[in-house]
Write a protein that binds this ligand. Structure first.
Ligand code: MRU
Length: 343
């Protein structure tokens, strides 16, 4: 199974997603600061994959510590460096919280034991995510009609997770069950995760798809060529409002207008029960060059005003269901989310 990240012999190995689809380059990273930089520059990206990456980042950081007297200070520094990489995907903060829990639970143990426990936890976060995705895939595939055409945005595939994918997990499971006709893939400006990553993954798996520009989605819906929209999530608030790649909200409005089911596929680790609604989700603002340039080539005049939010928030009332590994959540989401977080 394709996995964007793994840990071997004291180092993290990851596929550099900025080089796809042309070059499949595996980076070997033994320094947590370098790993933090890889997250910031989106060599690894996608909410669950970022969570797994920071968990391994803590392992790399603590590996460097040899003097117990330095342990607490170094731990805080490592967590702070990893925390500051990207603000929207809650999986990052969730994974750091899990690693922090293990750190303090074994803080008084011998250093080799502490290091081993942290590695076990990071591997556990990784394995659990793959299993969650496979369950999400099965639940999601059941929701689709036979011969379905599914539209997706960004990349919520194996590359964005521990493996298998969330929204693409649903696609993969539907394909395996013989229920899928094809996928419609939004190119996903400005970073082109759809064109570069989702198209690459689907091609590798031999799953039929068509790549479209983001602005063409409405016209295909109007022609009756889309049976369902399935996307991932970066953070789901307690009321079901969902932050995902910018452009997701427009798709949800279009799907609502055309009576097409709009599904969010995400593990429970993407739910932030501490945030009441989507207005409180921090939205990452990225470099203007992502909009004014394509792969380094300037496409807009220089010296102009640009805004580049990386995510938008889809209100809960536009979401038909949230597919998690613990089952399919339906409105009213406040109750469904409360139950899934507390059972
Ligand atoms: O900026 P990115 O590429 O990290 O954004 C990724 C997305 O928006 C994904 O849809 C989301 O993280 C879900 S990944 C399973």
């Amino acid at each position: 199974m394709l996995t964007p990240i793994s840990y071997r012999d004291g180092a993290v190995e990851l596929i550099d997603q900025t080089r796809l689809p042309h070059d499949v380059v595996t980076l070997t990273i033994a320094d947590y600061r370098e790993l933090a930089d890889a997250i910031r520059t989106m060599k690894i990206r996608g909410a669950p994959a970022i969570g797994i990456a920071v968990a391994y980042g803590v392992v790399l950081g603590i590996q460097e510590v040899e003097d117990e007297a330095e342990l607490d200070g170094r731990f805080e520094e490592i967590v702070e460096t990893l925390r500051r990489t990207r603000p929207t995907a809650v999986n990052l903060f969730w994974a750091l919280e899990r690693m922090t829990g293990v750190f303090y639970a074994h803080r008084k143990a011998d250093l080799p034991i502490l290091k081993k426990e942290l590695l076990e936890e990071a591997k556990g976060i990784h394995d659990e995510d793959i299993e969650a995705n496979q369950r999400i895939g099965r639940y999601g595939a059941e929701l689709l009609p036979d011969g379905a055409t599914v539209l997706t945005h960004c990349n919520a595939g194996a590359l964005a997770t521990g493996g298998y994918g969330t929204a693409l997990g649903v696609v993969r499971a539907a394909w395996e069950a013989g229920k899928l006709a094809k996928v419609v893939v939004d190119e996903t400006r400005p970073r082109l995760q759809g064109a570069r990553l989702t198209a690459w993954e689907l091609k590798q798996d031999g799953i039929p798809f068509e790549l479209i520009t983001d602005s063409a989605a409405g016209s295909f819906m109007a022609k009756g060529e889309v049976d369902a929209v399935t996307v991932g999530a970066d953070r789901i608030a307690a009321n079901g409002d969902t932050a995902n790649k910018v452009g997701t909200y427009s798709l949800a409005v279009l799907a609502h207008h055309h009576g097409i089911p709009f599904y969010i596929a995400a593990p429970v680790s993407t739910i932030d029960g501490s945030i009441a609604d989507g207005a409180r989700i921090p939205i990452e603002q990225r470099d203007h060059e992502e909009v004014t340039q394509i792969q380094g080539a300037q496409i807009a005049p220089t010296g102009i005003h640009v805004r580049n939010p990386a995510f938008d928030v889809t209100p809960a009332d536009l979401i038909t269901a949230i597919i998690t590994e613990k089952g399919v959540l339906r409105p009213p989401y406040i109750e469904a989310i409360h139950d899934v977080l507390h059972c």
